[in-house]
Design a protein. Structure first.
Length: 154
């Protein structure tokens, strides 16, 4: 099965996407997601208290009652040692294409939707494994320009 479609006339990708909500043990698979759609818009039918389906809203209640500023979207970095799993934190306000640029994707993108206060076991790239997850926003300016495992366009 293809992970994406690229209709030549439209000049944009349509992705097969998996959303994982680990705090609720829920997974959803989406097909035909346009690459110009923002991650916030992709998540609205799931975690927006007004726009989400009532059944989905109830299942993902911990996300719908939390402030949107506490919701984080992570994507596992591929091609790393099993004991060195790291995640990229994605920007919900940017498009799927912008968030996937420069990333290695095997099969199709899997996005982990986590709450800032509960993501302690998921280490974001550039964050020390012993460092608390809530501090992932601070200290980014002291990081090197090329982090371990980061892939750059050449």
């Amino acid at each position: 099965e293809y992970a994406f479609l690229f209709p030549f006339r439209e000049k944009k990708f349509y992705w097969h996407l998996k959303l994982v909500f680990p705090h609720c043990h829920a997974e959803y698979t989406l097909k035909g997601v346009p690459d110009d759609k923002t991650l916030a818009d992709i998540l609205k039918p799931y975690i927006d208290p007004v726009e989400s389906d009532p059944v989905v809203c109830q299942r993902l209640k911990i996300y719908t009652v939390s402030p949107q500023s506490d919701v984080r979207i992570l994507m596992k970095i591929e091609n790393r040692r099993q004991n060195s799993i790291r995640y990229n934190e994605l920007d919900a306000s940017r498009s799927l294409l912008d968030n996937l640029k420069g990333k290695v994707i095997i099969e199709y993108p899997t996005l982990f939707v986590v709450l800032k206060t509960l993501k302690n076991d998921m280490v974001v790239l550039g964050q020390d494994a012993s460092e608390p997850a809530e501090d992932s926003d601070s200290g980014s300016s002291s990081r090197s320009s090329m982090e371990e495992g980061e892939i750059r366009d050449s």
